[in-house]
Design a protein around this ligand. Structure first.
Ligand code: ZN
Length: 244
């Protein structure tokens, strides 16, 4: 079985469609495992939810998904994120609201735990440091955990000595799943933040026991033009150029 692992689509339909096409070219997939933040920031929230729902998939809740339906306060959001979230809330159909409201914070699948932020705090915690990742290995039982939220492709490995190491998850690298427990972030589809503006996603091949990361250019200008048309904050428009 092959799973497309995608996170942080963030209402960026151009990036999402490009990833879907690329995943087809790279051998296809049977199901999608989505790591949350389907909406927020970008110009196409309804379209992204509808497109995701055309596939057999599971999806965990992200902070933007819950904030857009009022399940989470905007007080922790920066002003641009909050403005985009208020705009998103106005676009959602009743079906979209039901869908986002139905997303669970944690999903366990085979040897993976899926969360948006971290196993310890599934909605909000960013896993960006070795010290916080190390603590988080105590908060899930499966060998492997998939996270999004930081939009930075990452591999945290729990070592035999109880320590934790970090390495960036690089495009084209096949990560073989062995005996080490891992927390894996496939990066962000719709708003990458590792200084590489290309959309980021991974494919897990359960037979080969391998997760491979892909980076793929998409039509950033088209997404940006839609954002400008909707008066979404200019800082959110500009950051797509830089992958920040
Ligand atoms: Zn996000």
């Amino acid at each position: 079985m092959r799973y497309a692992i995608i996170g942080d689509i963030h209402s960026n339909l151009e990036a999402f469609e490009t990833v879907l096409r690329d995943a087809d070219v790279k051998g296809g997939f049977d199901k999608i495992w989505c790591l949350g933040d389907v909406v927020g920031y970008g110009p196409d929230p309804n379209e992204c939810i509808e497109r995701l729902c055309q596939f057999e998939h599971v999806c965990v809740a992200g902070n933007h998904d819950w904030a857009a339906i009022g399940k989470l306060s905007l007080s922790e959001f920066n002003p641009d994120a909050a403005a985009a979230c208020r705009w998103t809330a106005q676009q959602l159909s009743p079906e979209d609201v039901d869908y986002l409201g139905s997303l669970p914070p944690v999903i366990e699948k085979d040897s993976f735990t899926l969360v948006h932020g971290s196993p310890r705090e599934p909605i909000w915690e960013y896993l960006l440091s070795v010290s916080s990742a190390r603590e988080n290995f105590a908060y899930f039982r499966s060998p492997f955990c998939l996270v999004g939220h930081s939009h930075v492709p990452s591999i945290f490995r729990y070592t035999e000595t109880g320590d934790c190491s970090f390495s960036p998850f690089k495009a084209g690298v096949g990560l073989v799943l062995g005996s080490s427990r891992l927390i894996i972030n496939p990066g962000g589809v719709g708003q990458p933040r590792d200084s590489d503006p290309r959309a980021s996603y991974a494919i897990f091949d359960s037979e080969a026991k391998m997760v491979r990361l892909y980076r793929i250019p998409y039509d950033i200008g088209s997404t940006q033009a839609k954002m400008v048309k909707q008066n979404l904050p200019m800082r959110l428009v500009a950051r797509l150029n830089y992958g920040l």
